[in-house]
Ligand binder design. Structure first.
Ligand code: GLN
Length: 200
């Protein structure tokens, strides 16, 4: 059983829970969903999902509940995280907004709602590193990644800007892989590595 923690203080929590269950099932693994609304739950999770939503709200509640430090410890221990949209904003090193206390899990600078000024939401076929056909990427008031640190691998770009990144155990996307039935981003974040470990 994979204990999958879904950060559940705000945002598209049930979509993430469904998506990780689906992805796990495809690998013959049962996912036990742990909704994270208070401290004390993250340390028992194998993987974490940080949903989209409103990053200022998520950030404030993570800090208030003392969950922020536990997420940082999870990543320090090398355990996987998938952070999408507002989740990526919170996971970043700088959101250029005082209301967002970033967790510094991925060394990227993000511009909140950058795409949103042009167009509220859109879906685009996205070429992603490691995938052999385009991924249907749903962008909703998506953040723009405008600066990437040395240790960050860019997995996908849209319109010349990174929209999917990997840094150690953390995969971050500007878009919402939890909103489409395609599980390949979850595979990249969680299962490809587990399979390599299982074979080793
Ligand atoms: N732009 C939103 C924010 O700043 C994120 C949007 C989303 O998660 N769909 O929190």
């Amino acid at each position: 059983t994979l204990r999958a923690g879904v950060v559940a203080v705000q945002g598209d929590v049930s979509e993430h829970a469904d998506a990780i269950e689906r992805a796990a099932e495809a690998h013959g693994v049962t996912a036990e969903i742990v909704e994270i609304r208070r401290a004390g739950l993250v340390p028992d999770c194998d993987v974490l999902l940080m949903p989209g939503g409103e990053s200022t709200t998520i950030s404030r509640l993570l800090e208030r509940e003392g969950i922020d430090d536990e997420i940082e410890a999870h990543v320090d221990a090398g355990k996987p995280v998938l952070a999408t949209c507002a989740g990526l904003i919170v996971a970043s090193s700088d959101a250029k907004d005082d209301r967002v206390e970033t967790l510094d899990l991925v060394d990227v600078t993000v511009d909140r709602n950058a795409f949103g000024r042009q167009v509220d939401s859109f879906e685009a076929p996205l070429d992603v590193e490691g995938l052999d056909s385009p991924f249907p990427a749903v962008f909703i008031r998506a953040p723009l990644i405008d600066d990437v640190g040395d240790d960050v691998e860019v997995l996908a770009e849209w319109d010349g800007n990174p929209v999917a990144v990997r840094a150690g155990p953390v995969v971050g996307t500007s878009f919402h892989p939890e909103l489409t039935p395609d599980s390949r981003i979850h595979d990249l974040a969680f299962f490809d590595e587990l399979e390599v470990e299982a074979q080793a």
